[in-house]
Ligand binder design. Sequence first.
Ligand SMILES: [Zn+2]
Length: 272
Amino acid sequence: MLGKGVRWFDDWFAIEQVAPGVTAIGEPRFHQLNWNYLIEGSRRALLLDTGPGVRDIAKVVRTLTNLPVTALPSHMHFDHTGGLAAFDNIAIADLPVLRNCVADGWLRPTDELYVGYWEGMTWTPVKVSQWIEVGREIDLGGRKLALLHTPGHSPDSVSLLDAEADIFFAADFVYPGKLYAQIEGADLKAYLDSARALLPRLTDTTTILCAHGKPDAERLHAAPRLARQDVADLAASLTRLRDSGERPDRWPVNDRLSLLLWEPAFATWQSP
Ligand SMILES: [Zn+2]
């Protein structure tokens, strides 16, 4: 069931060392096939996404690093924030849409941002330890990660760029398979703007690590990877879609990706 270089941690989590100091923690038995990333510097580690919370990811992380760990969700969807409450140190992207979700010091995203009702998940309130300004670099010691706002899939989506290691942690912005833009909060104008803003920051050798996997032809699971060309194809395909004036419920990007769509995602495109 697991690809080369991927090992089981237990009967739920899969582990893949994808680059020095970068460990992918996958959940190939969860139907959304989530992949979370533990990124280590010399002083601190950052966990991008905490999975759906079906199992305790904090336990996995503790065996992988002795560094203090900050958990950062790429966005509030339930399959990325499920294990968040198990972490003491929680960083959240400093976006108005997320600041608005704090009351009495507790973060509680709206149903539209969390969408836990899809699968009967309920939010566990958390205290935010740190608000990280978008565009800012997170310094882990010997490794800097730029926090980039990449709305489109959701308004609160962020991604991380490690320019020195040439790795882009895309989260749900792009991943192999069907991109979800048929959900509350999806915005095709934002998707296209994000893709265009991102392209100059990626190189032809950038490894793009994604938050949802897809088994290969042999049905083996590994940390999902894409390339800059996929983001270029996404931008081109969104441009074609906008210019076509069509409102389909799916749209091809390339042989690895396609978009799932619904009418509200087109709202901002009414006047080109
Ligand atoms: Zn999502």
